[in-house]
Design a protein around this ligand. Structure first.
Ligand code: X2X
Length: 328
């Protein structure tokens, strides 16, 4: 039996989405309160608008599509098991160690230096390398400068890191923490909050606007030092096989949606970071600001990891990054 209501609803749906709307599954590896999620949703909205609803992006947070393994998402995208991925460079270093270039300790002085590399030859080179792993990078977004938090004590000098049990995301940060005398342990982001809460680890490091605030890290951590030791970009990538099969008009629609969505994601992440320390103080965190001399001590202490990872990344690529980072 057809009621007026069901006919009306079916008509409304038919206008909203063409019958042929293709679903794209987008994976990212933090929670749904973050700027990652907002950027991913924005991409979906813009792509639907650009294509008159031909594509329906479904966003899956917390690396659900990869069984919770944040490092696996890229490889799955490369073989077409995930359609679209939004993740940070550090998570693809098992697949493409060159991507660690972005995050070399103290590579970047500021956002302007970051933006020169993502928009320049260094970014192009990384896009070429990822294409070799089956991922077409549509646009760069931002996780951000990674800042250290812990529950034990203020961090003012490298010596203050001694013996702290630190959760880290990837292999390069294990080496950096070892340089500082800390006790690092690799762990999924989705398991980190309870680990901090239960004291399995004392501290962690993540960007303020994109992760620390929206994931409420301040509820389980007392001290934060903005030491800007490593920058972490995001990229919005699509399975290359899928990309190569598209016509030029569709590619242009994807490009527009991706560029706008990631520009938005960078903007809201930077704003949240700018306003973030004041908010964290209100939440009861103790903020330790460092002088340029104090920062230099961390830079000096982490030089061994900079050198080890420069070798893994390759001298030519490191040169591309340092040239653009220091071009001002
Ligand atoms: O796991 C982390 O620390 C995070 C969320 O920043 C990354 O994805 C690298």
């Amino acid at each position: 039996m057809y009621t007026k209501f069901s006919v009306g609803l079916a008509t409304a749906l038919a206008f909203a989405l063409p019958v042929s709307a293709e679903t794209l599954r987008l994976s990212h590896n933090v929670g749904d309160t973050t700027t990652w999620q907002q950027g991913a949703e924005k991409f979906g909205e813009l792509l639907a608008a650009e294509t008159d609803g031909a594509y329906d992006v479904r966003v899956f947070p917390n690396a659900q599509l990869a069984g919770g393994d944040q490092m696996k998402q890229a490889e799955m995208t490369g073989r077409g098991a995930i359609d679209v991925v939004l993740t940070s460079a550090i998570n693809v270093t098992p697949l493409a160690p060159e991507m660690a270039a972005f995050s070399l300790p103290y590579l970047y002085a500021d956002y302007a230096a970051v933006d020169r590399t993502t928009a320049g030859k260094a970014g192009d080179k990384m896009e070429e390398i990822m294409a070799g792993h089956g991922i077409h990078i549509l646009a760069w977004g931002e996780n951000g400068f990674r800042e250290v938090t812990n529950s034990k004590r203020p961090i003012k000098t490298p010596a203050d890191m001694e013996g702290l049990k630190m959760r880290v995301a990837g292999p390069m940060y294990i080496d950096v923490m070892n340089d500082l005398g800390a006790n690092p342990q690799q762990m999924q982001w989705s398991e980190t909050f309870p680990a901090l809460q239960q004291g399995v680890v004392d501290g962690q490091e993540n960007p303020i606007g994109a992760v620390i605030i929206p994931q409420r890290v301040y509820e389980v951590q007392t001290y934060i030092t903005p030491w800007h030791y490593s920058y972490d970009p995001l990229f919005l990538g699509i399975s290359k096989e899928r990309w190569d099969a598209m016509d030029d008009a569709t590619k242009a629609q994807f490009q527009t949606a991706a560029d706008e969505a990631m520009a938005y994601q960078i903007d809201i992440s930077r704003k949240a970071t700018d306003e973030g320390l004041a908010f964290l103080k209100e939440q009861g965190m103790e903020v330790t600001e460092l002088t340029p001399e104090e920062l230099q001590a961390f830079k000096d202490a982490t030089k061994p990891s900079f050198d080890t990872w420069s070798e893994k990344v390759g001298a030519d690529i490191v040169q591309l990054f340092t040239d653009e980072a220091n071009a001002a």
